[in-house]
Design a protein around this ligand. Structure first.
Ligand SMILES: Cc1ncc(COP(=O)(O)O)c(C=O)c1O
Length: 482
């Protein structure tokens, strides 16, 4: 019976023994009614102490899997698992359109995957090497010592109070008027956007956004059944003439914009355009969802105010944010700042879905942010990413025969090739040479972008960029020559 039994390090022996016996009972190897060895005998067979066996038997008895009959011994009980007829459902017949579409749009499943040994320009996740793990650990211990038990209980849907206060100040510091506004903590931008669309849109209505735009945003808009009108990007932001035409249609329910370090183009909308944009939008009285996700990067020293700051005292801007691209995306913490009345609805939607974002995570993030380390971290992260972006543009110019290299910054560079080239072909050939990146078409709302791709640069060094870009350049030149 203990032929395959091996004790692993790091897990208490009684738990291992309990799990081992449990599996044998559930699989029927130890059938109901079978007498188990005495604790003394099993301790010898398994090579563990008698106490270990006694504890394991106690837990199995608590689970109702064995019973001890005084004077007779320990027996497997008459459990019924695995004894039914067994029902096999055919999931494709049962799944909703939502489930099917979510799977179709799941680029983690549909796009080529990174494999060991590849140079990857696929991701735009922050560089974990920059994370101050020790500082975060200290923050964890400090906050846990202060409030541990409280943090493990239920909290409030709106968010952890101290973090809410910190963010209020933080956003005020960006010049955003706070009168009449409130905040909701969400699981990243992704949930903030999803909840906002749930509150403000119905299937079939129109939403206007930049084209290209953040792929996850496209996925969420499509899952809400929205008609997406994507508006062309220019080097200083969305094309206002085209936007005006889209707005003039009169049937849009909302506008979604990423004004700073736009994904995927890396464009920062110019201050003049921001002002003109707000003027135009004001005439249409629509909710404007602003994604400020990468503002913290501010590569150039100059301050570009978010639309939420420029818009003044109205209530049409719904300002979402997240530290996901600079700080700990794994914590999944983002927020929405909007009119109090709207936030109250968003809060209830949030509560109905997942009660609240993890209080432990929010409290730890707060502790780290308020410790003063964040500013220093940000300073360093900005410098590193600025350098990396500069290097990437330099190397892209040298090696990649692009029609245009987009963007003023961000954790990526967006490449537009001449029309006759297909970026998916470039990707297929590059993959053969162990280089991977994101094809641009996944960011387009209208099936466009066949000649574009995005190079994520947050987690590669200069040598990898040089080697990778050279290969991509050679592939492109090879395809051009055909
Ligand atoms: C445009 C944009 N907004 C927000 C995010 C961050 O989303 P989240 O906060 O859900 O991680 C990303 C991440 O790639 C993004 O590209």
């Amino acid at each position: 019976m203990f032929a395959e039994w091996r004790l692993k390090r790091g897990v208490p022996a009684y738990l291992q023994l309990k799990d081992y016996l449990k599996e044998m009972i559930l699989e029927g190897v130890l059938a109901p009614g079978v007498k188990l060895p005495s604790t003394r005998e099993l301790s010898r067979l398994a090579g563990v102490s008698r106490n270990t066996v006694i504890l394991a038997y106690q837990f199995l008895e608590d689970d109702g899997l064995i019973e001890t009959v005084r004077g007779r011994g320990t027996f497997v009980t008459r459990i019924t698992t695995g004894r039914g007829a067994g029902v096999t459902l055919h999931w494709p017949e049962l799944l909703t359109d939502h489930a099917v579409l979510a799977t179709e749009l799941d680029i983690e499943k549909t796009e080529p995957r990174w494999q060991k040994g590849m140079i990857s320009f696929k991701s735009i996740a922050p560089d974990p090497e920059l994370f101050e793990a020790e500082e975060f650990k200290k923050a964890f211990l400090r906050r846990f010592a202060l409030e541990g038990k409280k943090l493990l209980n239920y909290g409030y849907a709106q968010g952890y109070r101290d973090l809410l206060n910190y963010l209020r100040n933080y956003l005020k510091g960006k010049g955003v008027p706070m009168a009449g506004k409130d905040l909701l903590i969400t699981n990243g931008f992704t949930e903030a956007f999803d909840i906002t669309l749930t509150a403000l849109t119905r299937p079939g209505v129109r939403i206007i956004c930049e084209n290209p735009t953040h792929n996850t945003a496209i996925k969420i808009m499509r899952l809400h059944g929205l008609e997406i009108t994507g508006v062309r990007m220019e080097e200083d932001g969305i094309d206002l003439e085209e936007l005006e035409k889209a707005l003039a249609g009169g049937d849009a329910a909302a506008v979604f914009l990423i004004p700073s370090y736009h994904n995927p183009t890396g464009v920062v909308m110019s201050p003049e355009k921001r002002v003109a944009l707000l003027k135009l939008l004001a005439a249409y009285r629509l909710p404007v969802i602003e994604d400020g996700f990468n503002e913290e990067l501010r590569y150039s020293g100059s301050h570009v105010a978010p639309l939420a700051a420029l818009a003044g005292r109205g209530n049409n801007i719904i300002y979402t944010g997240s530290f996901s691209k600079i700080l700990f995306p794994g914590l999944r913490i983002g927020w929405v700042l909007a009119d109090q009345e709207l936030i109250s609805y968003l809060e209830s939607i949030k509560r109905s879905r997942n009660i609240h974002t993890s209080f432990l995570d929010q409290a730890l993030l707060y502790e780290y942010l308020q410790s003063g380390r964040f500013e220093r971290y940000l300073k360093n992260a900005r410098r590193v990413y600025r350098e990396r972006h500069k290097t990437a543009v330099e190397l892209a110019k040298r090696y990649i025969p692009a029609k245009r290299i987009w963007g003023q910054g961000g954790l990526h560079v967006f490449i537009e090739l001449p029309e006759e080239l297909n970026a998916r072909q470039v990707l297929a050939e590059s993959l053969k040479r162990n280089v991977i990146f994101m094809p641009g078409d996944i960011f387009y709302t209208d099936g466009g972008g066949h000649n574009t791709f995005r190079l994520g640069i947050s987690r590669v060094n200069r040598d990898q960029m040089e080697e990778g870009f050279k290969i991509i350049g050679e592939v492109i030149n090879g395809l051009k020559a055909k």
